[in-house]
Design a binder for this molecule. Sequence first.
Ligand code: ZN
Ligand code: ZN
Ligand code: ZN
Length: 361
Amino acid sequence: MSGRVERVRARMGELGVDALLLSLGPDLPWLTGYEGTPLERLTMLVLPADSDATLVVPRLEAPRVEPPGWVVLRPWEETEDPIGIVAGLVGAAESLAVSDQTWSRFVLALQAALPRARWRPSSLVTASLRAVKDAGEIAALRAASAAADRVAEQLLRGEIALVGRTEAEVSVDLGRRLRAEGHERVNFAIVGSGPNSASPHHEPGRRVIGRAEAVVCDFGGVFDGYCSDITRTVFTAEPPAEFRDLYLAVERAQAAAVDAATVGMPCEDVDGVARRIIDEAGYGPYFVHRTGHGIGVEAHEDPYLVGGNCEPLAAGHAFSIEPGIYLDGRWGARIEDIVVATAAGPDALNRVAHDLVVVEA
Ligand code: ZN
Ligand code: ZN
Ligand code: ZN
């Protein structure tokens, strides 16, 4: 984490931010190693542009905090007013940036206590810094992806029973396996079967998976502080030609977008590469989401591979490439890998094969 606070201070200087206020969300652990607990009690790091930082934390949380040397700990007692403490630390600073995920009740109280302040989201300061991963972060993302790969391999080998089980049961099973492979947290395990495979963010439910159905499995979690996220689509019998045709378009679009994800390529052009292939295959209207999202300490973060984002990819950007095609009420398919842009070209962290696999288990 060394160097991050200097880069944050430099960025604050560029933007004219006098103080950064970090509460819930990934910015605080990314910067200090400490993740605030989502409580009604306020946790907030006050980082002025040019003086020492103070972490205001509930007394009962304080034993869990091991702050870096540049942070002074300020535990507050149950009878104290943490808003007043933060307002005192902010002092005369007027241009403030506050964590995007801070509870609004705290933001509203701080706004009342600091009537002259101007407020911006902390992501303005941190997002572009967090998006570029250093070698240690890329190693962590690689380990997270390798662990998710081991679960995907189990799926493709038919070791995770699908037919006759509910989507919810398979979802719990995927999550259990992510943990068994070393994840400390499961973020999601989407299982969409049959017509539900056409709903990209389907909530796994009581539907029993049948024979001759598409099953989209999209799962990921947190491994040593960094996120994994992988999608594979299988068919529970020999798939009909129509489904093969759809799947092939997804597979070609995904591979072409990975190849296109080179340093300097605008994010929207990577999206465009996937979209053109799906368009030309006749499925244009059925690719209803962006091609990918950045990933790091947060499952979704900058950069977003979406039309309108002309930001060029930089070495160290880590992101998903996950085109899909969804025919409402019928079936759908998505393939997702995590990729890092490097000077030597795109580096796909997920290595599980993309061929359409029949799982009869
Ligand atoms: Zn998604
Ligand atoms: Zn995913
Ligand atoms: Zn994703």
